[in-house]
Write a protein that binds this ligand. Structure first.
Ligand code: ADP
Ligand code: ASP
Ligand code: MG
Length: 593
């Protein structure tokens, strides 16, 4: 008999009527011939209320006690859900994370799942019961209660579906699917019929809170089809699986992370190992950083900028205090008034002009771009928070995301980026010590590119668009782009292009630089781009520091970096390509599948 996992979010179990409605959905699935596991969140805003209560007692409550408190929310809903199913004449049994046997690490409030035993659930299912599992929680090896991070019930659900080899994991929520962007922010947002794991991972980690990003890591790793749909209707929702909605469109969705902060460590000595010290200090506190941009060094010094969620800023600043001193940096600056807008799409990997289009649209609205990072299937820009919503609406409109894309089911040959593996659950679980361990699918070396850097670009809307439009007009295809914040309000823009295009590109860039009053561009005729790709590349905060560590130990300096959930790219001096590849292969031998 097939197994189905159904997850009901907070709004879907907010009161007794809704709990009964959810119970009916579970019973219906059972009557259709399935074994059913239901995962529930805490009712309504319970988790928020519990957090507020804790804050009334203490500014900084112990994380272990926070987990003890927060886990009670889900315990209430599993009991009520089981009662609802009984009341409707069917059998059900509720279980806490500990009772199911969800074992996590001991990082309270952000724990990762190590393993799940299925015996007790299987036995209850065999007895014809509907199993009601508490989302968001587990226990560590010493029986302390842990929680998985806000929104973590999605992760419980997909993880249970993975270990139970469920046919599908249904996520019932207050929207009827995954939209091209948050429908609460952009009324024209369109429901996607399907979306690929890689795209959903990027969108979720870029701010689309409809799914917990770590749940999609499980989906991708273990090949679990995820169906996001409405708790309040029966219309089909959005299927998250290997296949995107269409291979023909460059962008499938846009996301906003409204509350971000930009941090810059200024005046770093430009030598191997310096960036590593900075990243290590942040990773040690589990602070996830994004949009990492290092200015190519001038006068032997470099500035390293990145973004963190605004509520992680105090932690990041205190971690950096010591690290910055240790490496002899000049100082740390920050701006906590910024927002990140990202566009995502598998098609971007094979289509040109996507970045220019985004920059142009923002420029035309007079929205200044403070930072840029691009990776194969995602482009992120940082804007001031006051422009956040307008910027999101602008890019949504620029890519006509409200329109259904042309139908195209077959991947272009070169679109290997992010295409997921077939279901290899058993093999993977056997290999992995922990289910949520980092999984690296490959490491690639590209020695065909050159780097160009334009410095001191005036900080005005539309200039990035102008630069990249002119480069495109010269027939040059740009790969990686990073723009950082300069010291005096000016920006540095670096990008990579095919080595063979360097001359025409430089001719164009010189002209543009001159017209903007910038110094002549700097360039390197051959750089090596190394890409590490897999699952959970960004949520595992230690990945970037491990990469930097391995490269530093080999005496290799990193010139450019871009991180995404499915890929981390670094650009190094072209002469060190092979050596860098070997260093990374050695570093990640244990997690390379
Ligand atoms: P639940 O409590 O069911 O887990 P969440 O509040 O976590 O629900 O997630 C659903 C919400 O996610 C929606 O109400 C919507 O506002 C928001 N959201 C953000 N981005 C998207 C998107 N791209 N598509 C759909 N919903 C989105
Ligand atoms: N109740 C938890 C939260 O609000 C987990 C979840 O709902 O997914 O974050
Ligand atoms: Mg949620």
């Amino acid at each position: 008999m097939p197994i189905i996992v159904q997850k009901f979010g907070g709004t879907s179990v907010a009161d007794s009527g809704k709990i009964l409605a959810a119970a009916r959905k579970a019973i219906r699935a059972k009557q259709q011939g399935n074994k059913v596991v239901v995962v529930v969140s805490a009712m309504g805003h319970t988790t928020d209320e519990l957090i507020a209560l804790a804050r009334q007692i203490s500014e900084n409550p112990p994380a272990r006690e926070m987990d003890m408190l927060l886990s009670t929310g889900e315990q209430v809903s599993v009991a009520l859900m089981a009662m609802a199913i009984h009341a409707l004449g069917h059998e059900a049994v509720s279980m806490t994370g500990a009772q199911i046997g969800i074992v996590t690490d001991s990082v309270h409030t952000k724990a990762r799942i190590r393993r799940i035993s299925t015996d007790r659930m299987q036995q209850a299912l065999e007895e014809g019961k509907i199993v009601i599992a508490a989302g968001f929680q587990g226990i560590d090896e010493r029986f302390n209660i842990t929680t998985l991070g806000r929104g973590g019930s999605d992760t419980t659900a997909v993880a249970l579906a993975a270990v139970l080899h469920a046919e599908v994991c249904e996520i019932y929520t207050d929207v009827d699917g995954v939209y091209t962007t948050d429908p609460r922010l952009v009324a024209e947002a369109r429901k996607l019929s399907r979306i690929s794991y890689s795209e959903m991972l990027e969108l979720a980690s870029a701010g689309a809170a409809v799914m917990h990003n770590r749940s999609i890591e499980f989906g991708k790793k273990f090949g679990v089809p995820i169906h996001v749909r409405s708790s309040f209707s029966d219309v089909p929702g959005t299927l998250i699986s290997v296949q995107p909605e269409s291979y023909a469109q460059p962008v499938c969705g846009a996301a906003l992370a409204k509350n971000e902060a930009r941090v810059t460590v200024q005046g770093l000595p430009d030598r191997p190992g310096v960036a590593m010290t900075i990243f290590n200090a942040l990773a040690a506190r589990n602070i996830g950083i994004d949009m990492i941009v290092q200015n190519v060094a001038a006068k032997g010094l470099a500035d390293l900028s990145f973004t963190v969620p605004r509520d992680e800023l105090p932690g990041a600043l205190s971690a950096l205090k010591e690290a910055a001193q240790q490496v002899g940096a000049e100082g740390v600056t920050y701006d906590d008034n910024v927002a990140k807008v990202s566009i995502v799409g598998l098609g971007m990997a094979t289509q040109t002009g996507v970045a220019e289009r985004m920059f142009r649209a923002l420029g035309e609205k007079g929205i200044n771009i403070l930072m840029i990072t691009t990776s194969e299937i995602k482009i992120s820009v940082l804007v001031s928070r006051q422009h956040a919503h307008e910027a999101l609406r602008t890019v949504h409109e620029a890519f006509q995301l409200h329109q259904p894309p042309p139908v195209c089911d077959a991947p272009p040959v070169s679109a290997a980026t992010g295409v997921s593996r077939p279901n290899r659950t058993a093999e993977l679980v056997a290999q992995m010590e922990c289910m949520e361990e980092l999984m690296i699918e490959g490491i690639a070396l590209d020695q065909t590119q050159a780097r160009v850097t334009v410095s001191d670009v005036p900080d005005r809307p539309g200039l990035a668009a102008q630069l990249f439009e002119q480069i495109a007009a010269a027939g040059v295809v740009v790969d990686m782009i990073v723009q950082s914040v300069g010291r005096d309000g000016k920006a540095d823009i670096s990008f990579t292009i095919p080595s063979g295009s360097l001359d025409p590109c430089l001719a164009t860039v010189r002209r543009v630089a001159q017209s903007l009053g910038c110094p002549p561009p700097d360039s390197a005729p051959q750089v090596a781009k190394l890409s590490v790709f897999g699952v959970g590349m960004k949520s595992h905060t230690s990945l970037s520091s491990r990469m930097f560590q391995a490269l530093a130990a080999a005496g290799i300096n990193v010139d450019m970096i871009s991180t995404s959930e499915v890929r981390v790219n670094v650009v190094v001096d072209g002469r060190h390509g092979q050596k860098a590849l070997e260093a990374l292969e050695k570093e990640f031998a244990d997690v390379l599948v």
